[in-house]
Design a protein around this ligand. Structure first.
Ligand SMILES: NC(=O)C1=CN([C@@H]2O[C@H](COP(=O)(O)OP(=O)(O)OC[C@H]3O[C@@H](n4cnc5c(N)ncnc54)[C@H](OP(=O)(O)O)[C@@H]3O)[C@@H](O)[C@H]2O)C=CC1
Ligand SMILES: CC(=O)[C@@H](O)[C@H](O)COP(=O)(O)O
Ligand SMILES: [Mn+2]
Length: 384
């Protein structure tokens, strides 16, 4: 039986690479449902090619356009709106849900998919940043695996296969260091959106590329690793590794370090999440270690305040990581719209963390309210 896959965010960087993996192994995988936010042409094109049961466009205003684009494919069901995404993930035939949409929007459908006992292939790290404790509890309650897609977490997951309950001493989380790794604090005053969008090693969506430039992406990944692997954040050490060949490593209590290596290409972590515990062939460049010099440096948390703030938010717990995420979503977008400077990103997030109501024991409802409040405050701070 082919695995039936639902891709949330199929028109994005992860979504399109997932479709490449599915196409390459059409004997193993079938697309059951595709979703996007606005890009109806791309979504319709994907639907024509992969013939899913259904497609959903989150922005309801684009429904008529999508319906029209697929008017000659009456067998493909067309829906619109967030509630429709929450519903489609529960469809009985679905085996795997790949969460590849961006931001807080991933939280609700991930919860619905877990409740419907679907395996989660998790790319949307913001879901765990915001509500890692809740997601972990639900996954345990419904006995649903959360298979990491993020390259570092896939690497850590691969290092842990076969280790049972062997205790971890440290997680060595690698970071490219982003495009501003070698810039001085003064030089960061003048960097532009175009500079920040030039990631040195990975080709990704705009939001995560900016997060890599501020190193908020690494901060999010620290929180993501904490929840996925049940370690304390202070057991997670960030190593700047500019080549992005060692995708991360685990140090065990006997001192042994296991790492996973590969060329920087998301198809492998996506495919491994789809096939785990099996490995299957994958077309693409193979790693040749003779071609790479591997370097490792400590991360500079004074220059990259976002990384330090993510550690702080995680240590504080409660809804603080949710505040961190919401403020970051606002300033990240503002920076991409030329509405704030690079250094204002960290300033506004820090201020937002100081003024939004703190809740040590948040519920799902608290996350919704916190997200709204933090977005409002961050926008006020930016005078938007
Ligand atoms: N790209 C990468 O290599 C990696 C990404 N990730 C994580 O994976 C996730 C996706 O990243 P990436 O693929 O780069 O992002 P992209 O911006 O390239 O794609 C995002 C996708 O999500 C859809 N989307 C955006 N907002 C919403 C919304 N509010 N509701 C529903 N759908 C929405 C977009 O639709 P539309 O096209 O219509 O706008 C698009 O399909 C992020 O959480 C990121 O952190 C993790 C590791 C690596
Ligand atoms: C591909 C991937 O997993 C990204 O999250 C990547 O790690 C971003 O690069 P940085 O290490 O620069 O944040
Ligand atoms: Mn990553």
């Amino acid at each position: 039986m082919k695995k039936q896959i639902c891709i949330l965010g199929s028109t994005g960087s992860i979504g399109t690479q997932a479709l490449k993996v599915i196409e390459e192994h059409a004997d193993l995988f079938e697309v059951y449902c595709l979703t996007a936010n606005n890009r109806v042409e791309e979504l319709a094109q994907q639907a024509r090619k992969f013939r899913p049961d259904s497609v959903v466009i989150a922005n309801e205003e684009r429904y008529d356009e999508l319906k029209e684009l697929l008017h000659d494919c009456p067998e493909i069901k067309v829906y619109a709106g967030k509630e429709a995404i929450d519903e489609v993930v529960q469809a009985a035939p679905i085996d795997l849900v790949l969460t590849a949409m961006v931001g807080f929007s991933g939280l609700s459908p991930t919860i619905k998919a877990i409740e419907a006992r679907k395996k989660i292939c998790l790319a949307n790290k913001e879901t765990l940043v915001v509500a890692g404790e809740l997601i972990g509890a639900l996954a345990a309650q419904y006995n649903v695996p959360i298979l990491p897609v993020d390259s570092e977490h896939s690497a850590i997951f691969q290092c842990l296969v076969g280790e049972g309950n062997n205790p971890i001493s440290k997680i060595l989380l690698t970071a490219s260091g982003g495009p501003f790794r070698l810039k001085t604090a003064d030089e960061l005053l003048h960097v532009t959106k175009a500079d920040a969008l030039k990631h040195p090693t990975w080709n990704m969506g705009a939001k995560i590329t900016i997060d890599s430039a501020t190193m908020m992406n690494k901060g999010f990944e620290v929180i993501e690793a904490k929840w996925l692997f049940g370690v304390d954040v202070d057991q997670i050490e960030v190593l700047v590794h500019p080549q992005s060949i060692v995708h991360s490593a685990v140090q065990f209590v006997d001192g042994s370090v296991k790492a996973q290596l590969g060329v920087p290409d998301m198809c492998l972590p996506i495919q491994y999440a789809f096939t785990y515990p099996d490995r299957i062939t994958l077309k693409g460049e193979e790693l040749n270690l003779f071609n790479h010099r591997l370097e490792f440096f400590p991360a500079d948390q004074e220059k990259f305040r976002c990384l330090a703030m993510a550690y702080e938010a995680s240590r504080k717990g409660g809804n603080m990581p949710c505040i961190l995420n919401a403020a970051n979503e606002i300033v990240n977008e503002a920076f991409r719209n030329d509405a704030c400077s690079f250094l204002q990103i960290a300033e506004v997030i820090e201020k937002t963390m100081n003024i939004v109501s703190f809740d040590a024991n948040p519920s799902y409802e608290t996350y919704i309210q916190t997200d709204l409040e933090a977005r409002r405050k961050a926008m006020e701070l930016l005078s938007l």
